[in-house]
Design a protein around this ligand. Structure first.
Ligand SMILES: Cc1cc2nc3c(=O)[nH]c(=O)nc-3n(C[C@H](O)[C@H](O)[C@H](O)COP(=O)(O)O)c2cc1C
Length: 173
C-alpha cells in the first residue's frame, strides 16, 4: 500500500495534522507494506504514479472553502509563511485517476454555526475533475487563525490514519 498525502498549511497546523495522519498510517499497516509520502502541495506531482493506492488531500479552511490567492495573502499579513499555490490550484491541474480512492481533510476554527469546509469543497472539486472516488474525510479543529490545534487533535489524526490504513489493506470502497 503506497499512500500520498498532499497538504497545504499556512500557519503549520494542517502540516502537524498531516504528519500525525502519516504516523498513524505507518503504524496501521503491515511492516513491509509500502510507503507513506507526505508532500506540500507546492511540491506535489501533477501526475500521480500508478503505484499510489490511496491519495489524501488536506488544507486549511479559508472563507468557508479551500484557500484562494487573496485569503493566503490575508494569512501572510497575519504572520503566516509566504503564500504558495494551494490545493485549489493543484486540483485544477492534477491529472485525474478515476479509480483512485481519495479522502480529503481540513482544519477549521471550532465556532458554532460557522459553515464551510475545505475538505468538503476539495472532495467536490476532485470529483468534478474526474476523481470519481473522492470522498470527504475528517475536520480537525484549531483554536484560532494561527492555531494552536485543540487538545487531542493530533491523537485523533493519528488514530484516523491508522483506521485508513486498515481500510486500505482491506480494499477501500
Ligand atoms: C483569510 C482566512 C480565512 C479564514 N476563514 C475561515 C473560515 O471560513 N472558517 C474557519 O473555520 N476558519 C477559517 N480560518 C481559520 C483557518 O481555518 C486556520 O487559520 C487554519 O485552520 C490554520 O491552519 P494552517 O496552520 O495549516 O494554516 C481562516 C483563516 C484565514 C487566514
Amino acid at each position: 500500500m503506497n499512500v500520498l498525502i498532499v497538504h497545504e498549511s499556512l500557519f503549520g497546523n494542517t502540516h502537524e495534522i498531516a504528519s500525525a495522519i502519516a504516523e498513524g498510517l505507518r503504524e496501521g499497516r503491515a511492516p513491509d507494506a509500502g510507503d507513506v509520502r507526505l508532500v506540500h502541495v507546492a511540491d506535489a506531482p501533477t501526475v500521480i504514479g500508478d503505484d499510489v493506492d490511496l491519495l489524501l488531500v488536506g488544507g486549511p479552511t479559508h472563507a468557508f472553502s479551500m484557500t484562494r490567492p487573496q485569503t493566503r495573502q490575508d494569512a501572510a499579513t497575519k504572520g503566516a509563511a509566504a503564500p504558495r499555490d494551494g490545493i485549489r490550484e493543484w486540483i485544477d491541474v492534477v491529472t485525474p485517476r478515476t479509480d483512485l480512492p481519495v479522502v480529503t481533510f481540513d482544519t477549521r476554527i471550532h465556532v458554532k454555526m460557522l459553515p464551510g469546509s475545505a475538505a468538503s469543497a476539495a472532495a467536490k472539486a476532485l470529483r468534478h475533475r474526474g476523481f470519481d472516488r473522492a470522498e470527504r474525510g475528517e475536520t480537525f479543529w484549531v483554536q484560532g487563525t494561527s492555531g494552536p490545534l485543540e487538545a487531542g487533535e493530533l491523537d485523533r489524526a493519528r488514530e484516523w490514519g491508522t483506521t485508513l490504513a486498515t481500510r486500505v489493506s482491506h480494499g477501500v470502497g
